[in-house]
Ligand binder design. Sequence first.
Ligand SMILES: N[C@@H](CCC(=O)N[C@@H](CS)C(=O)NCC(=O)O)C(=O)O
Length: 313
Amino acid sequence: MPASSSDIILHNYPQSPVAEKVRVAFGIKGLAWHDVEIPRLPPKPQLTALTGGYRRTPVMQIGADIYCDSQCIIRELERRYPTPTFMPSSDSGLMWCLSRWTDGELFSLGVKIVLGAAGDNLPSDFAEDRGKLYLGSDWAAGLKKANAQLPHLVAQLRAPLTWLDNNLSDGRAFLTGAEAAAIDAQFYHVVWFIRGRWEGGPALLSEFQHLERWEKTVRSIGHGTVSSLSAEEALALALSSEPTSMSQVADNEPQGLTVGTPISIGPDVESGEQRVEGIVRSADASTVSIERVSDEAGTVCVHFPRTGYRIEL
Ligand SMILES: N[C@@H](CCC(=O)N[C@@H](CS)C(=O)NCC(=O)O)C(=O)O
């Protein structure tokens, strides 16, 4: 079935833990979506034609609106499909703050354990690419250090696993109660990664019976309804659509952005990633959206989170 400009498209690949977070989020909301499989390593020309250079996984596309980063994707899904909510407890602010830990510190710990344990067994192109992305320019030394310090890294992970196992020990189905929340997907993706990609993962997790029960419950939610789509079809859809997001900058903008300000934006880490250029279409405390025009994708609006990203004017 051909995709329409209001359909959800996820650019991702099966092994990506951050994509798994979003796939579970689709499951929580029972959404239908199109799956575009992208390469695990750059170049990713059809993806970057849409994003303007952002190469990470996943990216969500709805017509000519392109959502970079799982934080932005989850926020937009909640806006477009409010029921069932990603925030069933009355703590949405706390949950967003907690997600900075799951997506930041916790994910990075998972990456160090998986890459560090694999050591010299990683294919060299993959080790170099992911090394630079997550450990910076001195990635080879970082990888060796992670390998040598594995027991220390595991101890860092085991503490929060113990806390959350304890949290689940009253028999609740999900982290905040009876309903699945965004934080379940946000925590689950790291557990999924550790279990599937580190040989010591299953043994570590077997210590936590409540966590393992929760893991099964989250897994049983599934990924919503998925159908595959080619990267060419996705690009053609962007070209034939117009962005639907509004054009507006909220008050008290700390970086002086206004509609039409030219900026560049990228993850706020020293990873050598290409920054994306465009003109501001909208901005508020949580999100900045830029407009770009290209022959391949036409006019697109590319959305980024504010936290974790650096804007340069
Ligand atoms: N903060 C980003 C992190 C995305 C991320 O680092 N994803 C990994 C895959 S799990 C990645 O991009 N790896 C390199 C690649 O896929 O090219 C998000 O939440 O979406």
